[in-house]
Write a protein that binds this ligand. Structure first.
Ligand code: URA
Length: 436
C-alpha cells in the first residue's frame, strides 16, 4: 500500500477502506508518513468528504493510536459531556457537580483554552490550589468516592488526532465535518465513556456558523457513537452570542457558582438543565428529560449541587472558602466600561470578537505557550434583545496588566461585536435541535 494512491483515491472522490485508513493513520502516528502527504489527504477529505463508515473507521483508528481508558472500575453508567467550543461556555463547571449530585458518575477529562475559546481546566484553576493533574487510580477512586473528578487529559490519548489536528490548523483543513467529527469522537471513545452528550454550538462564535452545518456535524458524531456502541445525543445550542455574561476564567467560575446556587443567568441555567437532563437519562437516573429536569432543579434548590462543587474542589486541593465567597476568587484591579454608541436594541453580539477581546486582556491564549491571567476578562451588561440608550454600559472590561494598546484593541473589538438596531429584537433560541 502507498500513501500516494490513497490520497489520489480520495482526491478523485473514492471511498477508502478500513485498511487504507488504518495504513494512513497508524503510519502517520509512527512518523512513517510525512506531514506533506497527510496535508494533501486532509485537503482531499475537505473537498470530497467521507461517508459514515469511513468516518467511523477514521475515529476508531485515531482512538486506537494511543491509550484507551477503561472506566469499568467505576460503577454505574459513565456519561461524558463535550462542547464543540464557545465563548463564555462554563457548562462543565455547573454540570459536573450538578449531574454528580443526582447520582451519575462524572469522570471528566477536559482541555485548556486556545484562541477565542476558553477551557474548563483554566477556569477551575482560578480556584486557588485546584489541581487538575492526578494519577489514574486516584481519578477512579475520587469518582467512586464522591461521584466526580475533572482532570486534564493524562497519558497518551489519541496521539494521531493531536498530530493531525495541529496539521489541519495550519493547512486550512479544520472545517471539515468528517475531520471534526472523527477528531472529537476519537477522544471521547478513547476516554472510555459509556454514553456521550454533545453540545454542538452553532452561530458566530462556533466552528459551525450555520444551523444546517451544525446539524450535519451533530448527525455525523451521533452516527459514529452509535456505530461504536456508545449511546450518543447531540444538543445544538446557540453561540450567536456568548453564554451567560462572564467571559474569563474566574469570572466564569463566579457565574457557575451563582448558577449552582439557583440564581445564575437564565440562558446558562437553561442550557445546563437541557444538557444535564440528557446526561441523567443516558445515565439511567431518569426515564425521560422531564423527570430529569425536575431532579436537577431539586438538586439546585436544596443546595446539594452547590455542596458537590465544594466537595470536588476540596478533593482536588481547591480553596473551598473561595466557592463559599466568590469575591475571594482572583479579581482584576481595574474595571473599564464600554459604552453604547447609539440608542436602540441589541441585535447581535459576535461571540468570536468578544472571545478575542477577552484573549487580548490576557484571559485566553494566543498560542499554546501564552501565560493567562485568571482574573481578567469581560462581563457583558447587555445581551441580544435588550434595549439600550447612548452611553449605557454594554460591557465591563476587567483589566490587570494588559498594555494600553491591547486594552484599546479589546474595547474596539467589544464595540465591533455589538450590533445595535432601532427595531425591537427577539433573542435567538437557546437550543435549536436535539439529534439522537
Ligand atoms: N475540536 C476538536 O477536538 N477537533 C476538531 O477537529 C475541532 C474541534
Amino acid at each position: 500500500m502507498r500513501a500516494v494512491d490513497i490520497i489520489q483515491k480520495k482526491r478523485d472522490g473514492g471511498e477508502l477502506s478500513r485498511e487504507e485508513i488504518s495504513f494512513l493513520i497508524q503510519g502517520y502516528s509512527r512518523g512513517e508518513i510525512p506531514d506533506y502527504q497527510m496535508s494533501a489527504w486532509a485537503m482531499a477529505v475537505y473537498f470530497r468528504g467521507m461517508n459514515a463508515r469511513e468516518t467511523g473507521d477514521l475515529t476508531l483508528e485515531m482512538a486506537m493510536s494511543g491509550d484507551q481508558v477503561d472506566l469499568s472500575p467505576i460503577a454505574g453508567i459513565k456519561v461524558d459531556k463535550h462542547s464543540t467550543g464557545g465563548v463564555g461556555d462554563k457548562t462543565t463547571v455547573v454540570l459536573a457537580p450538578l449531574v454528580a449530585s443526582a447520582g451519575v458518575p462524572v469522570a471528566k477529562m477536559s482541555g485548556r483554552g486556545l484562541g477565542h475559546t476558553g477551557g474548563t481546566l483554566d477556569k477551575l484553576e482560578s480556584i486557588s490550589g485546584f489541581s487538575v493533574e492526578m494519577e489514574r487510580e486516584r481519578f477512579f477512586a475520587q469518582v467512586g468516592e464522591i461521584g466526580a473528578a475533572v482532570i486534564g487529559q493524562s497519558g497518551n490519548i489519541t496521539p494521531a488526532d493531536k498530530k493531525l489536528y495541529a496539521l489541519r490548523d495550519v493547512t486550512a483543513t479544520v472545517n471539515s465535518i468528517p475531520l471534526i467529527a472523527s477528531s472529537v469522537m476519537s477522544k471521547k471513545i478513547a476516554a472510555g465513556a459509556d454514553a456521550i452528550v454533545l453540545d454542538v454550538k452553532t452561530g458566530s462564535g462556533a466552528f459551525m456558523k450555520t444551523l444546517d452545518d451544525s446539524i450535519a456535524l451533530a448527525q455525523a458524531m451521533v452516527d459514529i457513537g452509535t456505530q461504536l456502541g456508545r449511546h450518543t445525543v447531540a444538543v445544538i445550542s446557540d453561540m450567536d452570542q456568548p453564554l451567560g455574561y462572564g467571559i474569563g476564567n474566574a469570572l466564569e467560575v463566579k457565574e457557575g457558582i451563582e448558577t449552582l446556587r439557583g440564581h445564575g443567568p437564565a440562558d446558562l441555567t437553561e442550557v445546563c438543565l437541557i444538557l444535564g437532563s440528557q446526561m441523567l437519562v443516558l445515565g439511567g437516573k431518569a426515564k425521560d428529560t422531564d423527570e430529569a429536569r425536575g431532579i436537577l432543579k431539586e438538586h439546585i434548590a436544596d443546595g446539594s449541587a452547590f455542596e458537590k462543587l465544594k466537595v470536588i474542589a476540596a478533593a482536588q486541593g481547591g480553596d473551598v472558602a473561595q466557592i463559599e465567597s466568590p469575591s475571594k476568587l482572583p479579581t482584576a484591579r481595574r474595571q473599564l466600561e464600554v459604552k453604547a454608541p447609539a440608542d436602540g436594541h441589541i441585535e447581535a453580539i459576535q461571540a468570536e470578537e468578544i472571545g478575542i477581546a477577552a484573549m487580548l486582556l490576557g484571559a485566553g491564549r494566543e498560542t499554546k505557550e501564552s501565560v493567562i491571567d485568571l482574573a481578567v476578562g469581560i462581563v457583558l451588561s447587555k445581551k441580544v434583545g435588550d434595549a439600550v440608550s447612548t452611553g449605557d454600559t454594554l460591557a465591563v472590561l476587567h483589566v490587570n496588566d494588559a498594555s494600553e494598546s491591547k486594552v484599546k484593541e479589546a474595547e474596539a473589538k467589544v464595540l465591533e461585536a455589538y450590533r445595535i438596531t432601532d427595531q425591537p429584537v427577539t433573542p435567538p433560541p437557546l437550543v435549536y435541535a436535539i439529534v439522537t
